[in-house]
Design a protein. Structure first.
Length: 322
């Protein structure tokens, strides 16, 4: 991911502001054999997916490290308690990575409300166009439910406001006054599942949320509803999801994430006609990754000028991330 996140232009912009003493990608294996003198000279680090973890052993070799600019989303896999004890500044590109996830999600919402996948299946089976589109409601007046209004959920909400849909949200950490400011109605999770034409999941995966989308909750989905998961597969009890989709062929599932990824070859997810599987591509891919690199270039500029950072991450925030 090094070249995708920090391309030549990003590196040139950084080189104008600092000495890039490690100008090549460094994974855990490469990091382990870097000369101690090289590591000891590092003041800041630019990281991304598959970077080394800043544990106590690595930090001991980085005595001058003052800041880490993480050109990706969640930082949880890359930091440690020793990292926080050192008081190192941390910032990430989660906001930049939220943009393509929101674009993917809203695209899927619109297609779901047009019943695109069901109609495509019927067209292929009958080799003609369906005569009656009475079951297709479209976007106007439809209800979309968002589970969690973090960075991605809010990006989705902002885009949904351009459509004539009602948006419901479930987020136990969002104050009612903030929800009103965002222009969304907070409801209980069972109500959201029962009232929404499309449900989109955006929660972080942690000890509290693992498996919290149960078969019982899914069973509350209305006829012809669509369930979208671009967050993490572990949020959903996958066995119960499969059993539910086998019973409810009227419900469409759009799964960009599963457990494991990809699903095992014998998984029924490959065979169910009402499942659309995509290979964890809702987030930044291809040239979209450069948006994250540029976000960290901007953060670094603010850091060296002594300005407030836009995307700093605290210990508590990091613990809540996936």
């Amino acid at each position: 991911m090094y070249e995708l996140i920090y391309g030549e232009e990003c590196r040139a912009a950084l080189a104008d502001q600092c000495d890039l003493i490690v100008p090549a990608p460094v994974g855990p294996a490469e990091c382990a054999v870097l000369p101690s003198a090289t590591l000891a000279a590092i003041d800041v680090a630019f990281t991304g997916w598959s970077s080394p973890q800043f544990d106590a052993a690595l930090l001991a070799r980085l005595p001058r490290l003052r800041a880490v600019f993480h050109g990706a989303g969640s930082v949880r896999p890359y930091v440690s308690e020793a990292f926080w004890q050192r008081g190192i500044t941390l910032t990430n590109a989660a906001a930049a990575n939220a943009v393509p996830v929101a674009e993917y999600t809203v695209s899927m919402v619109v297609l779901a409300l047009k019943q695109v996948w069901r109609l495509n299946r019927e067209t292929r089976q009958t080799r003609t166009f369906p005569r009656d589109l009475g079951g297709v409601r479209g976007t106007r007046g439809a209800t979309v439910g968002l589970i969690s209004l973090g960075l991605i959920g809010r990006e989705v909400l902002q885009r949904l406001h351009t459509l004539e849909v009602e948006v419901l949200a479930y987020d136990p950490y969002l104050p009612a006054e903030k929800a009103a400011e965002l222009g969304v109605r907070l409801v209980a999770l069972p109500d959201l599942m029962a009232r929404s034409d499309v449900v989109s999941l955006h929660s972080p995966l942690n000890a509290e949320t693992a498996g919290f989308i149960t078969g019982e909750l899914l069973a509350r989905l209305k006829p012809g509803a669509t369930f979208i998961n671009t967050a993490r597969g572990g949020l959903v009890r996958e066995t119960e999801l499969i059993e539910f989709l086998q019973r409810r062929s009227d419900v469409q599932a759009i799964l960009d994430v599963t457990v494991p990824e990809p699903p095992e070859a014998a998984s029924a997810l490959y065979d169910l006609p009402n499942v659309l599987l995509t290979p964890h591509l809702a987030g930044s891919v291809g040239d979209e990754c450069r948006r994250m690199g540029w976000a960290m270039v901007g953060e670094f500029g603010r850091f060296v000028r002594g300005e407030p950072l836009h995307f700093s991450v605290t210990r508590d925030q990091a613990l809540r991330q996936t």
